[in-house]
Design a protein around this ligand. Structure first.
Ligand code: SF4
Ligand code: SF4
Length: 164
């Protein structure tokens, strides 16, 4: 149960899809009020009721990570972390403190097999210790495999995308 509250943030109502009401990713939900909040709050879909972004759940993320400020919604997808960036501000994740923060999250979770992606619309970038790998458009059933290999500069990461 999240201890934090959304306040006037509604960014997930833009960047996330809500299949139950046919809402696609990266478009404002038609039920979203310009002042913040949901017109159908009492009857909102189950997906909206149960969704909690990373900032709501993880109090170690400071106020800089409030999605309305960061323009980034941290989510979990198939056991991996996806930082969904507001497509209106696609460079938000490359700015400080977000770039450093996302790389810290990546360094912490990679040994556990949990990958960190940045998603801008349907374009995915995979964060790795040696680079940011541009993966292009990923579909939900695509499989991304990451293998550490030895390279001329030490440990490198081989990335393979297996299309589903
Ligand atoms: S992005 Fe997070 S803080 Fe913002 S409205 Fe959604 S759940 Fe609440
Ligand atoms: S139904 Fe309400 S809570 Fe759900 S995405 Fe739309 S505005 Fe947000």
């Amino acid at each position: 149960m999240a201890k934090r509250e959304c306040g006037s943030c509604t960014l997930c109502c833009k960047v996330m899809s809500v299949p139950e009401i046919g809402k696609t990713e990266n478009a404002w939900c038609t039920h979203c009020l310009p002042s913040g909040g949901c017109k159908i709050y009492q009857d909102r879909p189950g997906e909206c009721r149960t969704f909690n972004c990373g900032w709501l759940m993880d109090e170690s993320l400071g106020e800089d990570w409030y999605p309305k400020k960061a323009k980034i919604v941290l989510t979990m997808q198939s056991g991996h972390i996806v930082a969904r960036v507001d497509p209106a501000t696609p460079a938000a994740w490359r700015k400080s403190p977000y770039f450093e923060g996302l790389n810290r999250i990546m360094q912490k979770n990679l040994p556990k097999g949990m990958l960190v992606y940045v998603a801008i619309s349907d374009h995915f970038t995979l964060l790795l210790p040696d680079r940011q790998a541009e993966l292009g458009v990923l579909q939900a059933n695509d499989d991304v495999q990451v293998e550490p290999v030895s390279g001329p500069n030490g440990r490198e990461y081989k990335v393979t995308v297996v299309k589903g």
